[in-house]
Design a protein around this ligand. Structure first.
Ligand SMILES: C[S@@+](CC[C@H](N)C(=O)[O-])C[C@H]1O[C@@H](n2cnc3c(N)ncnc32)[C@H](O)[C@@H]1O
Length: 212
C-alpha cells in the first residue's frame, strides 16, 4: 500500500479517539496560538495542512480572512466540518488534501500553517516544496512539530514496536536543526524560532519562515 494511503487509513482509524484527547500542555498551546496570531492579518488567505479535527483552525479563523484547512484523513475532516457547523464559523473550509498533491492553485495563500504534522509526513521535503508552491511571494510558513531526535533515545525502539502492532503511524526522527535545514532547502528563510512548551523539555520548536 502506498505510504500516503497507509497514513490516511491510520489517521481515519484513530480520528474519533484523537478528537477526545485533551491538549497535553494547554499553556504552551495558547502561547503558540498567540504568537501565530501576531503574523496573521484580517486580509490573509491562509491554509493549514494536517489540521486534524480542526481545533486550531477554528481558534485562528477570526484572525484571517479565510482559512482553508486540509488533512490526509477524511475522518478528521468530517469531524472538523461538524465542529465548524456547531460553532458557526463561516470563514474556514475543510478539505481532504496534502500540500504535495494539492488541488489549489500556485501562489494562492499568504500563510501556510502546519502544527504537529511534519514529523508524520514520509514525503516531508515534497510537502515543504508543496507549501512553498502554494504561498504567494514572501508568504509565511508557520510550523510547530515534535523533533523526535531530541527525545529519549528509547523512543527509537518503542516506535517500531508500536508500528508493528498498528499503534503508531510513520514518524521521522529529525532534530530542530535538521528540520530548519529542510525548510531552508525548500526555499524559505527562517525568521523566528522559539519554544513555547511549559512542561519540562520542549522538543517542539515553533518556526516561522518566509518564502524567498
Ligand atoms: C498529530 S495530528 C495533529 C493535528 C493538528 N494539527 C493538531 O495540532 O492537533 C497529525 C495530523 O496530520 C495528518 N497527516 C498525517 N500525515 C499527513 C500527510 N502526509 N499530509 C497531510 N496530513 C497528514 C493526520 O491525519 C492528523 O490529522
Amino acid at each position: 500500500m502506498p505510504q500516503a494511503n497507509k497514513a490516511a487509513r491510520f489517521w481515519d482509524r484513530i480520528a474519533r479517539k484523537y478528537a477526545k484527547d485533551p491538549i497535553a500542555d494547554m499553556a504552551g498551546y495558547e502561547r503558540t496560538l498567540e504568537e501565530t496570531r501576531r503574523y496573521l492579518k484580517p486580509s490573509d488567505s491562509a491554509f493549514e495542512f494536517g489540521c486534524g479535527t480542526g481545533t486550531t483552525a477554528l481558534r485562528l479563523a477570526p484572525s484571517v480572512g479565510h482559512l482553508t484547512a486540509t488533512d490526509i484523513s477524511s475522518e478528521m475532516i468530517s469531524i472538523a466540518r461538524a465542529k465548524a457547523a456547531t460553532e458557526g464559523v463561516a470563514n474556514v473550509s475543510f478539505e481532504v488534501a496534502t500540500p504535495d498533491a494539492s488541488k489549489f492553485p500556485e501562489a494562492a495563500f499568504d500563510v501556510g500553517l502546519g502544527f504537529n504534522v511534519l514529523h508524520l509526513v514520509a514525503a516531508r521535503d515534497a510537502a515543504l516544496r508543496g507549501v512553498h508552491r502554494l504561498l504567494k511571494p514572501r508568504g509565511l510558513l508557520i510550523s510547530k512539530t515534535p523533533c523526535l531526535a531530541e527525545m529519549n533515545p528509547a523512543i527509537r525502539l518503542l516506535v517500531p514496536l508500536m508500528q508493528a502492532f498498528g499503534k503508531a503511524p510513520y514518524v521521522a526522527f529529525f532534530s530542530a536543526d535538521e528540520l530548519e535545514r529542510a525548510i531552508s532547502d525548500a526555499g524559505f528563510e527562517i525568521i523566528e524560532r522559539a519554544r513555547h512548551g511549559t512542561k519540562g523539555k520542549d522538543v517542539r520548536p515553533f518556526i516561522v519562515a518566509r518564502k524567498m
